[in-house]
Ligand binder design. Structure first.
Ligand SMILES: [Zn+2]
Length: 322
């Protein structure tokens, strides 16, 4: 994930009453019991997609491991029937180096006019600068959760969409170079997203809303309302949290508010004006996960329960659209 630009502040969202799920609904009116509309999200499958990425090693932007992994991601999306565009470009890093990047755009049902965008970054941070051990701080992050998990969930969504008819179109963008940044350099994160924003493919891209996934596979993950997401796409936050609650996931999708995070959703919104929100692991008690930007961001922290919660919620959102 990217830098937090303000102090974190947590307050209860006072205006929000979570909708009742079938498991928590104690009203006598049985017609209010919610019936899931979406096909099954397979967490084992998402887990496997994360593991496959991690097996390439850290996918630091422009490294040979990353180029190999990009080809694997492209082939997976093609296997699930998506139309894939590989966008190659060059960005300037905070240290003035020019770096080649690869954004991967995968579209389902390209004829549909109504479209939803799901995004995640697929690169690994080159330095584990949050690691408590000094000698680890210059090592790359394996990025099972911080990168790999979002792509794993998106691939599973693509697989399910291929097998279960959907009238709308879903577009997936895997952004490169999200995690090269340094907090002291403005706009030094999310370089792949900024490049795509200025060079949109498809040209003049439009979607009803966008959901960015960042650290969506970790043990103990909680998701809360992040401030930029509220400002850019409150109706989308409401929609996602409502579906999560109806599926009985209110313990994980919490009605709490968090300070600003600059993540890919900010640049998606900046360049397209599409309402864009961020789903990012943030626990009120412990903050970001302890493996965040450390050498411990590996498969041992990936949890099928979190993957299932996020993936099934997204499918319910997608399959509820007309
Ligand atoms: Zn990160």
């Amino acid at each position: 994930m990217a830098v937090i630009v303000t102090m974190l502040f947590i307050t209860n969202c006072t205006n929000d009453t979570p909708p009742k799920s079938s498991s928590t609904d104690t009203s006598s009116n049985s017609t209010s019991i919610y019936k899931q509309v979406s096909p099954m999200f397979n967490a084992d499958s998402a887990y496997y997609f994360i593991k496959k990425q991690v097996e390439f090693g850290p996918r630091v932007t422009a490294s040979s491991e990353s180029i190999k992994c990009s080809k694997w991601i492209v082939n997976q999306f093609k296997k699930y029937g998506a139309d894939v565009i590989v966008q190659e470009g060059s960005v300037t890093n905070w240290d003035k180096r020019k770096i080649n990047i690869i954004n991967i755009i995968a579209q389902t049902n390209t004829k549909a006019t109504k479209r939803i965008l799901i995004t995640a970054h697929w690169d690994s941070r080159p330095y584990a600068d949050n690691d408590p051990i000094e000698s680890n701080k210059n090592k790359p992050v394996l990025a099972a959760d911080d990168g790999g998990s979002g792509i794993g969930v998106m691939l599973e969504l693509a697989r399910v969409i291929q097998e279960n008819k959907l009238d709308i179109g879903v577009d997936f963008i895997c952004f490169d170079a999200e995690d090269l940044g340094k907090p002291e350099y403005e706009d030094s994160y999310c370089l792949g997203t900024q490049y795509w924003g200025k060079n949109q493919l498809p040209v003049n891209y439009k979607a009803s809303y966008a959901i960015n996934l960042d650290m969506v596979g970790g043990k103990g993950a909680k998701f809360v309302w992040e401030k930029n997401s509220i400002d850019q796409g409150e109706a989308t936050l409401r929609k996602v949290w409502e579906k999560a609650a109806l599926l009985g996931y209110s313990d994980i999708f919490q009605y709490l508010q968090l300070g600003q995070i600059t993540d890919d959703h900010v640049y998606v919104h900046k360049y397209t004006q599409i309402p864009a929100i961020d789903l990012i692991h943030f626990n009120q008690q412990t903050g970001f996960p302890i493996w965040w930007h450390t050498v411990n961001d590996d498969m041992t922290n990936i949890d099928n329960n979190t993957l299932k919660t996020v993936g099934q919620t997204l499918l319910e959102v997608i399959y509820s659209e007309k």
